[in-house]
Design a binder for this molecule. Structure first.
Ligand SMILES: [Zn+2]
Length: 274
């Protein structure tokens, strides 16, 4: 799943690789997928985008938005984005294929679920898109300790840390993937309740959100995800499908995997306290 670090990396790579390229053709919704979401009628994306030139790309939390004149192309959640060069083979299945005049492509394909949209600027009222645009990025200075503390409210007091940090787009781009190492570094269990946090715990958690996400971004994304060219990120995940049952790097206890709230959580039973 694309989350904040990968979205930052993808937006930079798209800007560097695709800016200035003219869109020749668009094929949307080519391979049927139950959980591929589009904004408006995907069959009209070609009409909207053909002839436009890519200006750049930006991320809003875990979403990647490409600007082409006054049109926008938006990718969210579980979309795999690949740049396909002139001599490379196109994948068989895809949900959004953008062909450029130089014969290269940008391909978006959905694994479990994801959004692929094209729309005139300002004409997308998707709730998650608008929230992600409005809230400060955890990588920005605006996301400081006092902002973080403002997220602790009456309605969040009874939540677990997983629900608090990684649901409702409370922190855009912070999903169940990056959550695991954030909590490991903070030495807290994903099921720990928000109302059990001391002032010191909140400070430790805030620092871990900032430094873990920053390290993941500097590392070009996590090693469980791929970039625009199909290369895995260089940030070595401490807790992920790659490290389940392996020894904890701090104490050597086996890392546990468990299903919790519609996704897997990983934790060290010794280092991470409930
Ligand atoms: Zn441990």
């Amino acid at each position: 799943m694309i989350e904040l670090p990968e979205a930052v990396v993808l937006a930079k790579q798209i800007k560097k690789t695709l800016a200035g390229k003219k869109i020749k053709d668009v094929i949307a919704a080519h391979s049927p997928h139950k959980f591929a979401w589009y904004c408006g009628d995907p069959q009209k994306y070609g009409e909207l985008l053909a002839g436009r030139v890519i200006d750049g790309a930006i991320n809003w939390g875990g979403q990647v938005e490409i600007a082409a004149g006054d049109a926008r192309i938006l990718f969210s959640d579980g979309v795999n984005l690949r740049n396909i060069k002139q001599d490379e083979k196109l994948p068989d299945k895809h949900q959004l294929l953008i062909e450029f005049e130089d014969g290269s492509f940008l391909v978006g394909s959905v694994q479990m679920y994801g959004g692929l949209s094209a729309f005139p600027e300002g004409k997308n009222d998707n709730k998650y898109y608008l929230i992600a645009k409005e809230k400060p990025s955890p990588l920005s200075d605006e996301f400081n300790a006092s902002y973080f503390n403002s997220l602790f409210r009456e309605d969040t007091a009874k939540l677990s840390l997983k629900a608090f940090l990684a649901t409702e787009q409370r922190i855009p781009g912070l999903g169940n993937g990056v959550l695991q190492d954030i909590l490991f570094n903070a030495k807290m269990h994903p099921k720990k309740k928000v109302n059990s946090l001391s002032g010191g715990d909140k400070e430790r958690l805030f620092n871990s959100v900032k430094t873990t996400l920053s390290n993941m971004t500097i590392g070009g994304g996590r090693d469980t995800e791929s970039d625009l060219f199909g290369n895995p990120g260089r940030y070595k995940t401490i807790l992920s499908k790659n490290t389940s049952d392996k020894p904890c790097p701090v104490c050597g206890t086996s890392i546990k995997k468990e299903a919790y709230m519609g996704g897997s959580i990983y934790y060290c039973p010794k280092c991470q306290m409930i």
